[in-house]
Write a protein that binds this ligand. Structure first.
Ligand code: SAH
Length: 347
């Protein structure tokens, strides 16, 4: 099975290449690519291809779609959290939200994560491997088929650090944006990173103007070093420099994610320092009440503290929002994926 190519990993051109190996016409590649975007799970569903051709295709390829292992739906807001099993038995989580401008999908980019952010539940699960482009696409297709409504927005904010899986994430972005495929505009896609500076700069050169979300979570290196080990490699100043390059080249506004942790990064001084640092940038701050996860004792800031923090940033002219907590009853929120309730691959 594994030696057969996963069609979901392939661009139209790459499908053409494998087709030439079985003597098929080039134009079939586009048809196959279009079928895949419909979310079919079997090559036999490609009804405009002859049976004989489908057999040949099955001899060399497969559709490596994940399987829904479990699904939890929030009674509060309908947010659905999917536990998806990959072909090798690894389990990841993806979330489907009905939010503002239509349906949004939050997908994982790796099995586990190497970044070690102290407040994040993914830290405790270790790192297994990168996801392939088709495994990311498979998350979207599976949820779209199951939900029955077109997914219009994607955030790569599930398990993993997307820029630590740069090549596959880039290919996924191109696949999902392809006009013959799901045709989701780059402006409807957010890539969230803990701040891998060389990759942020590289991304700015790709002509893929996605929204970049930076998980900042601190106004200075002293605090950030403590909660995000990656900061010892790429300091806040370096990240901000990279963000300026990104906004200049892409003309896209950056989002700074800031999880408010009581007594750690949520004081008035912290807000003022953050304001000074990012003032004048093409950016927006998204405040997130931190989710307490098992194994650490970070607590979310009080509502009042959150409002004060927001007001101080706004006074510096920085647009600031407080993230709505969707799916709170099913642990669908950030940093809680996979770890909670039904657990990872051993379940
Ligand atoms: N690795 C990427 C994307 C995955 S995390 C990144 O770091 O951005 C998605 C978002 O959830 C990040 O902003 C992350 O910092 C945040 N997050 C992780 N754990 C959290 C928690 N316990 N509470 C609130 N936000 C959390």
């Amino acid at each position: 099975m594994e030696d057969k190519t996963n069609l979901l990993d392939l661009s139209v051109e790459e499908i053409q290449q494998i087709l030439s190996g079985i003597g098929a016409e080039k134009f079939r590649a586009k048809q196959i690519f279009q079928w895949l975007a419909k979310g079919i799970t079997s090559i036999d569903d490609m009804s405009n291809l002859s049976k004989a051709f489908r057999e040949k295709l099955k001899g060399i390829s497969r559709i490596g779609m994940p399987r829904i292992k479990n699904k939890l739906v929030s009674r509060i807001d309908g947010t659905a959290k999917y536990l998806l099993e990959l072909e090798d038995g690894n389990v990841i989580e993806s979330v489907l939200m009905d939010y503002r401008h239509g349906i949004s999908a939050c997908i994982s980019s790796q099995v586990g994560c190497r970044m070690g952010c102290r407040f994040c539940a993914s830290t405790g699960i270790g790192f297994d491997r990168n996801l392939s482009p088709g495994e990311m696409l498979g998350q979207i297709l599976t949820m779209q088929s199951d939900g029955g409504k077109r997914i219009g927005n994607i955030v790569i904010m599930g398990i993993g650090e997307p820029l630590d899986n740069y090549t596959s994430v880039l290919k996924f972005l191109r696949l999902v944006n392809h006009p013959e495929g799901l045709n989701i505009g780059y402006r409807h896609i957010s890539v969230s990173t803990c701040g891998l500076v060389p990759e942020i700069i590289k991304l700015s050169q790709e002509n893929i103007p996605v929204t970049l979300s930076i998980s900042l979570h601190a106004p200075n290196d002293t605090i950030r070093d403590k909660i995000m080990p990656v900061n010892r490699k790429y300091s806040i100043d370096k990240i901000i420099e990279a963000c300026k390059i990104y906004t200049e080249v892409s003309k896209r506004r950056i989002t700074f994610e800031y999880a408010l942790i009581s007594g750690v990064n949520d004081s008035r001084e912290n807000a003022m320092e953050l304001g000074r640092k990012i003032k004048g940038m093409l950016c927006h701050v998204n405040l997130i009440p931190v989710n307490t996860v098992e194994g650490n004792d970070f607590r979310k800031s009080a509502r009042q503290q959150t409002e004060v923090f927001k007001a101080i940033l706004e006074r510096s002219g920085i647009e600031t929002t407080v993230r709505r907590e969707l799916g709170s009853d099913i642990s669908a929120a950030c940093g809680q994926l996979r770890r909670s309730s039904s657990e990872g691959r051993d379940s």
